[in-house]
Design a binder for this molecule. Structure first.
Ligand code: NAP
Length: 289
């Protein structure tokens, strides 16, 4: 008996292709305006994982011809101080896009901080404005990880119309917007979360499964519908996702590896949206560059 094995959705390769296109557009914007697109990264405190993520994003910016300005604030920063720093960046004409690395320390009102980011510079897709645009199906910046998931589905020609998409997780930056974007593409969407009753029975119905839980290997292959498309956004200790990869790959038709699936796509979308923001601010039409 042979075991069917899913085709891998290669996020590393797709992210590289998108970043090459982004770099070409960044170069054209720099040539036309005399200034490179610039991403402001804001880090509050010294959480080692956040420090690493910010550094990774800055390195990727540099490779794509996007400059970055880093703002580091102490862990004791108040909500008012953070809002003031983000407002200043929102008003600074040299800044194209703003990334507030999160989570921020618990004493800060994270929503208030996100809302201090001007909608036109919300390249990480975290404001209520961007969320509403995703909900209404209107142009705007998308949350980067859900945006990356949608780009993977497009690249692998997954037809979503009428498909049952199950999203496990409902965070404002990942699960919820992922479901909204899938709905916009005519999937029938079910959300699952920590209060869902009999989660495996719902997962078993998924033609398309998005795992965004934050629990290592939480979803097992035995609950994957044969032929399903599996997108694992989870990134947990030990470099493992939210899906048990080997058992799920034996049943799925397409699956993202961890690492190398959804993760690299998140940064690619962030850079792409930074260049889009820079073009819009300079009054340039990207399609004509
Ligand atoms: P989060 O804010 O902690 O949300 C987790 C979600 O999972 C919540 O909606 C929670 O439900 C749900 N959940 C928790 N335990 C559950 C259970 N036993 N059964 C069903 N649902 C459960 O996390 P997040 O920020 O969305 O991130 C999720 C995962 O994605 C993490 O592994 C994170 O590292 C990863 N991530 C990756 C990237 C990337 O670039 N690849 C970016 C962001 C996040 P309730 O709402 O009911 O609490």
């Amino acid at each position: 008996m042979t075991t069917a094995t899913a085709q891998l959705m290669d996020g590393t390769a797709l992210a590289r292709r998108i970043s090459e296109q982004t770099a070409a557009l960044a170069a054209k914007i720099t040539e036309r305006t005399g200034a490179a697109p610039c991403l402001a990264t804001v880090l509050v405190g010294e959480d080692p994982a956040s420090v690493t993520y910010v550094r990774m994003k800055q390195n990727r910016c540099a490779k794509a011809g996007i400059t970055s300005r880093h703002v580091e604030l102490p862990a004791s920063t108040t909500t008012e101080e953070l809002v003031a720093a983000l407002t200043e960046l929102s008003e600074d004409p040299e800044i194209s896009g703003i990334l507030l690395q999160h989570p921020v320390p618990h004493h800060i009102d994270e929503r208030a901080a996100f809302e201090a980011i001007a909608p036109g510079k919300d390249v990480d897709g975290v404001t209520m404005h961007s969320f509403a645009a995703m909900g209404f199906g209107l142009p705007g910046f998308v949350s980067c990880t859900p945006g990356g998931i949608m780009r993977l589905l497009e690249a692998y020609d997954v037809d979503l119309t009428g498909k049952h998409a199950v999203v496990v997780g409902r965070s404002a930056i990942l699960g919820k917007p992922a479901g909204m974007l899938l709905l916009e593409r005519n999937a029938t969407v079910t959300y699952c979360h920590s209060r869902t009753v009999d989660l495996p029975s719902i997962v078993r119905q998924a033609d398309v499964l998005v795992a965004a839980v934050g629990k290592a290997e939480f979803i097992r292959g035995e609950d994957i519908k044969p032929g399903a498309v599996v997108l694992d956004a989870g990134y947990n200790e030990g470099n493992v996702g939210d899906v048990h990869f080997e058992s799920a790959a034996a049943r799925a038709s397409l699956i993202t590896p961890v690492p190398g699936g959804v993760g690299p796509m998140t940064i690619a979308v962030l850079l792409e949206q930074t260049v889009q923001a820079a073009a819009a601010q300079a009054g340039l039409d990207l399609a004509e560059l």
